[in-house]
Design a protein around this ligand. Structure first.
Ligand SMILES: *Cc1c(COP(=O)(O)O)cnc(C)c1O
Length: 361
């Protein structure tokens, strides 16, 4: 690791592998003999088309995306999908089920209400979003056009440990904060999406994996740029796509492949989060609010009994080279975001730091 780099536990945008950054750096002024940077290329050039197609092929391979699904590279962030999903999928009956298990699913449900009838299939709001509902607790509407949930709650630090069973109702999932961190059976889903800035690429790219038969039924007033069909028909190239982010995604996917793909990522994630929860559970000072069985493998939330001590922890950690550990303003406390690119070594050292702080305070 080069001298001045820190261990960056930011929730997003977040750390990327040093080797990926170095490769982008080496190629930044002259990509593969083209005489120009990827930032400067026409998105319709042959050289960029290769970058685009390769990124798609790699993602399809790593996530084992079946035939009949399209991979789209879009903009407007993960939040853009909060509108795009109901606009495209609610259809004529206008009904959808939402599981509200944190901040982002709550916003998504609120946004969807503009376009139709949202049934709250489950909510953890009364438990301060410290847990994930069980399958038995889900109240399912068989006439819903889709069932929406957020796989990993970035702010509250909880994560679904199972895939909901919804019969014929297509599953729609926000995987922004845990995509590619474990193998996923894409065929169980109607639509998967993720803002890239946590696990995959710089901010500005949203990856959507959609079962093709779900597109083409957008509400009549759907903005042109928000119609999945437009983007499927034009292979994400209706207008200028986020070229640089797509290129960076390609580099990141090479790196994921080198680590053993989604299964390799899952080993790393288990190592990272397991170590952190064990250290927190064995400490005197720290507790993790997320309930066992719902704990996130990506965003580890923890706190002491005192805000003052939390502040001291965050300050001293930053001085020691562990940055961005302050929790979200909605939760307080601390949060270590340990996404795909966080080296296990960084977590080992953070655990040493937590143990030393626990002893000295
Ligand atoms: C970060 C995040 C979002 C919002 O992403 P933007 O790209 O900023 O819109 C949505 N959902 C989840 C799960 C997130 O972690």
């Amino acid at each position: 690791m080069s001298d001045q780099r820190v261990y960056n536990f930011a929730a997003g945008p977040s750390t990327m592998p040093l080797s990926v950054l170095e490769r982008a750096g080496a190629e930044i002024t002259n990509y593969h003999g083209s005489g120009m940077s990827v930032m400067e290329m026409s998105h319709r050039s042959k050289v960029f088309d290769d970058i685009h197609q390769q990124a798609k092929v790699k993602l399809r391979r790593l996530m084992n995306v079946p035939e009949g699904y399209s991979v789209l590279f879009l903009q407007t962030g993960a939040s853009g999908q909060f509108s795009m999903i109901p606009l495209n999928l609610m259809g004529e009956n206008g009904r959808a089920d939402y599981a509200v298990t944190g901040n982002f699913s709550e916003i998504a449900a609120k946004e969807a209400r503009k376009y139709g009838t949202v049934q709250i299939a489950a909510s953890s709001a009364d438990k301060n979003h410290t847990c994930i509902p069980t399958q038995q607790e889900l109240k399912l509407d068989p006439s819903a056009r889709y069932f929406y949930y957020c796989a990993n709650n970035t702010i509250f630090g909880t994560e679904w440990q199972y895939v909901p069973e919804t019969g014929d109702v297509p599953l729609v999932c926000d995987m922004s904060s845990d995509i590619l961190s474990r193998p996923v059976d894409v065929s169980k889903y109607g639509l998967i999406y993720a803002g890239a800035q946590k696990n995959m690429a710089p901010a500005g790219l949203t990856v959507v994996i959609i079962r093709e038969d779900l597109a083409g039924h957008a509400l009549p007033f759907t903005p042109l740029m928000m119609d999945y069909k437009t983007m499927i028909d034009k292979d994400s190239m209706y207008n200028t796509p986020p070229c640089w982010c797509i290129y960076m995604l390609g580099l990141m996917l090479d790196w994921v492949e080198e680590q053993g793909g989604a299964a390799g990522m899952e080993k790393l994630r288990t190592a990272r989060s397991g170590m952190l929860y064990e250290t927190i559970d064995q400490s005197r000072l720290f507790t993790a609010p997320a309930l066992p069985g719902s704990r996130s493998g990506m965003n580890v939330s923890f706190r002491t009994q005192s805000e003052e001590l939390d502040g001291k922890f965050v300050r001293e950690a930053a001085e020691a080279g562990f940055v961005n550990l302050k929790g979200h303003r909605k939760t307080g406390g601390m949060r270590a975001s340990v996404y795909n690119a966080m080296p296990v070594e960084g977590v080992e050292k953070l655990c040493d730091f937590i143990r030393a702080f626990d002893k000295n305070n």
